[in-house]
Design a binder for this molecule. Structure first.
Ligand code: KIV
Length: 270
């Protein structure tokens, strides 16, 4: 069993206190092995993102993923992580209907899957849920800007904050989340100037994904960073390697060697 109640090095308090001191480096993980690698690299916050709906489960978007699926992956990640803060992403409709529902479901991520915090999407509209969670000892990471769980309402994956009214709303949303007790905020897909403005407006760290270099930290979907996802990847997702090609090549070599009887050779036999 994992060290269930031994605190990881990176707590929400430490993450919050990092503002103005150092950049926060954050990534997603969905499984034990990848989480171990990411943790060992010194990444401070690991998000079990609902992006696993697409990258791990083959859904078209994040909307269908269930609490049970998110819990299953969060447990696996928690078992692999010693130092980073593990944040569980609350799936669509697990928190929107009422603060009571949010408490019930968020509590499962903390009690049954050993997450250190939860993330939920939305700004001002989410204040009652965020307050309720924080008041009940559940730290919250906010998420504003492009919020993929709202695609049916917003009409798709679009850059946010492109005019002054939208930019003003984003600042109001960030301030509202800070006021409600969120320890940090993910800011997705805004022009860099808006990333900088929101970051200046709040005293908690902003973690950007496609929100420019002036956020207090950055997060990427690990599958995008590694070149491991075959679906659409956004402009902001820098691919640091092409793991899909490396994997395809290795699998192809195995097939050829097995068919030609080159594998298993003597060194792989008892
Ligand atoms: O689900 C996810 O991967 C996210 C991103 C913002 C990192 O929410």
């Amino acid at each position: 069993m994992p060290s269930t109640y031994i605190m990881n090095t990176w707590t929400t308090t430490k993450i919050k206190a990092s503002k103005g001191k150092h950049k926060l480096v954050c990534l997603t993980a969905y499984d034990y092995t990848t989480a171990q690698l990411i943790d060992a690299a010194g990444i401070q916050l690991i998000l079990v993102g609902d992006s696993l709906a697409m990258t791990m489960l083959g859904y078209e978007n994040t909307l269908p993923v269930t609490m049970e699926e998110m819990l299953h992956h969060t447990r696996a990640v928690s078992r692999g992580v010693k130092d980073a803060l593990v944040v569980a992403d609350m799936p669509f409709m697990s928190y929107q209907a009422s603060p009571e529902l949010a408490i019930e479901n968020a509590g499962r991520f903390i009690k049954d899957a050993f997450a250190g915090a939860v993330k939920l999407e939305g700004g001002t509209v989410r204040v009652p849920a965020v307050k309720a969670l924080v008041d009940n000892g559940i730290p919250v990471l906010g998420h504003i800007g492009l919020t993929p769980q709202s695609i049916n309402e917003t009409g798709g994956y679009k850059v946010q904050g492109k005019n002054s009214a939208e930019a003003g709303n984003l600042i109001d949303d960030a301030l509202a989340l800070e006021g409600a007790g969120a320890f940090a905020i993910i800011l997705e897909c805004t022009p860099p100037a808006i990333g900088a403005e929101v970051t200046k407006a709040v005293n908690i760290p902003t973690i950007g994904i496609g929100a420019g270099p002036d956020c207090d930290g950055q997060i990427l979907v690990t599958h995008d960073l590694l070149g491991l996802y075959s679906g659409h990847t956004p402009k902001f997702a820098k691919k640091y390697c092409d793991l899909s090609s490396i994997m395809s090549q290795a699998i192809g070599e195995y097939k050829i060697e097995t068919e030609s009887n080159a594998f298993p050779s003597e060194e792989h036999c008892y």
